[in-house]
Write a protein that binds this ligand. Structure first.
Ligand SMILES: NC(=O)NCCC[C@H](N)C(=O)O
Length: 411
């Protein structure tokens, strides 16, 4: 049987990918909201959309089928006939101020066709869209002159489709995300997996679901090969979630035999493992020197199945040797972001110079602005497709963050 999800590596030829073209949600960012909504600046939407179309076309021109997250979600909800149930769950998770507003939002959104409803939920709902007056609650009367502008927050990070889920093997993790600003995104993933005809009842294993307790995000989940996953212990992913996932992968007899938990600094610039470390070829990775000690070490914990459902944990820090062993190669290159220069490396890493999307072994998509890192990749034999990046990069994510591979060819 052909599996609807098939990802056995980071670098196999990319056959199908899921993206989201940034939309009205990005124009609902204001300086007051940026920090909470995890942006550092406000992208200029028309240019961000042009850049995103350029990215999507680059993938298509190289033989990748491009699916859109919001479209799959709407199709899934219609196919499963779960519009009412979905909307209630979405409102339950949206921190709505009162039952009165909850009911008004329900009426407003349910009256739309499903695609418009999904697009509107992602865009956010402003108070001025619903004619509610001020006298429906004490809170509303008291805050009438200084009102929070949204009844339902926008979801401007939706174009980083890497994070709410991660396809691994023939299955997926549907992620419990870290910050409230992003947690609702994976509810759309859950709808897609449960109800979309492309995925529902097609043997897709859910390795980890969003109802579990511990945070994990797709930017931390790397598929090194058909036996090895690497996961960042990071600002967004906890050691507990990694152990839970490893136990599930081992217990469900997946093809994966080991999980490398790679500890990276806990800060915004390096929020996920893929902001500092990505695979570009069978024996080549990008790395931000900021995650290595002076001796090039990185704390890594190797999880393997033990006797009687236990788990073995081995602590090492010679990342380069570990990678050689698990990938079965005698030489392995770690290519430093910005060439390792004290100024260029952090500058290019900030704009995702290490965040490459491999579309085939030795072939990647990167942001054009990281020209020193791109030159280094080329010098080391990597084919680099540069995409335009002035506005998209303001959300702090690069080509890997903006893409969720669904199917890759085996290598
Ligand atoms: N995998 C990634 O590193 N994704 C980038 C996510 C950026 C987004 N503004 C966030 O803070 O979650």
């Amino acid at each position: 049987m052909e599996h609807p999800i098939h990802v056995m590596s980071e670098i196999g030829k990319l056959k199908t990918v899921m993206l989201h073209r940034p939309g009205a949600e990005v124009e609902n960012l204001t300086p007051d909201l940026m920090e909470r909504l995890l942006f550092d600046d406000i992208p200029y939407l028309p240019i961000a959309q042009e850049e995103h179309d350029y990215f999507a076309n680059t993938l298509r021109e190289n033989g990748t089928e491009v699916l859109y997250f919001e479209k799959l979600a709407a199709e899934a909800i219609d196919a499963g006939n779960v519009k009412e149930q979905f909307l209630k769950q979405m409102l339950d998770e949206s921190d709505i101020e009162s039952q009165y507003i909850y009911d008004a939002l329900y009426e407003y959104l349910i009256s739309m066709n499903t695609q418009d409803m999904i697009d509107k939920i992602i865009a956010g709902v402003r108070d001025i869209e619903l004619d509610l007056g001020n006298d429906h609650s004490l809170y509303s009367v008291v805050t009438a002159d200084d009102r929070y502008p949204f009844l339902m927050d926008p979801m401007p990070n939706t174009y980083f489709t890497r994070d709410p889920q991660a396809c691994m093997g023939n299955g997926i993790t549907i992620n419990k995300m870290t910050f409230a600003a992003r947690q609702r995104e994976s509810l759309l993933t859950e709808m897609i997996i449960k109800h979309h005809p492309r995925f529902a009842n097609k043997g897709v294993e859910v390795w980890l679901n969003r109802d579990q307790k511990w945070h994990i995000e797709g930017g931390d989940e790397l598929i090194l090969n058909d036996e090895t996953i690497a996961i960042g212990i990071s600002q967004r992913t906890t050691a507990q979630a990694i152990e839970r996932l490893a136990r599930n992968l081992f217990a469900k007899h997946s093809n994966f035999k080991r999980v490398l938990a790679v500890k990276i600094p806990n800060n915004r610039a390096m929020m996920h493992l893929d902001t500092v470390f990505t695979m570009v070829d069978r024996d080549k990775f990008t790395i931000h020197p900021g995650i290595q000690s002076n001796g090039g070490e990185v704390d890594t914990y190797i999880l393997t199945p033990g006797e009687n459902d236990t788990i073995n944990i081995e602590h090492r820090s010679d990342l380069q040797n570990i990678l050689k062993e698990v990938l079965g190669v005698s030489e392995l290159l770690l290519l430093p972001c910005g060439g390792g220069d004290a100024i260029i490396a952090p500058r290019e890493q900030w704009n995702d110079g290490s965040n490459t999307l491999a579309i085939a072994p030795g072939e990647v998509v990167t942001y054009n602005r990281n020209y020193i890192s791109n030159a280094l990749l080329r010098e080391n034999g990597i084919k680099v497709h540069e995409v335009i990046s002035s506005e998209l990069s303001r959300g702090r994510g690069g080509p890997r963050c903006m893409s969720c591979p669904i199917v890759r060819e085996d290598i």
